[in-house]
Design a protein around this ligand. Structure first.
Ligand SMILES: [Zn+2]
Length: 101
């Protein structure tokens, strides 16, 4: 379990790494999903994410941040996700969010 402020720092570090701007980071209880993002750079994460192991947090953070560049799970999205997470290409992508404009 990490603190919300530590988690937001992780998100900001990942955003800088990926080259996107996380303009707002919110932590709020969500229904049936881990996170959501808007095209304006507003990210919302479920508080349960604070209790996940580091690797799982990273996956969900990178997934949302990449949606600021790639709105869907196209080829570039998958390539970049796997590259940042140091995974083999072709690993299945689980949806973490329902993107809402
Ligand atoms: Zn997604």
């Amino acid at each position: 379990m990490i603190s919300p402020s530590s988690f937001k720092d992780e998100v900001r570090i990942w955003a800088a790494t990926i080259g996107v701007e996380a303009r707002e980071i919110h932590i709020r209880k969500m229904k049936r999903k881990w996170a959501s993002c808007s095209s304006r750079g507003r990210l919302t994460f479920d508080p349960e994410i604070l209790g996940l192991p580091r690797n799982d947090r990273d996956e969900k953070i990178v997934h949302e941040l990449l949606h600021l560049k790639y709105p869907n799970h196209g080829r570039m999205f998958r390539v970049m996700l796997n590259a940042y997470l140091h995974r083999a290409e072709g690993e299945e992508i689980q949806e973490t969010s329902i993107d809402s404009g």
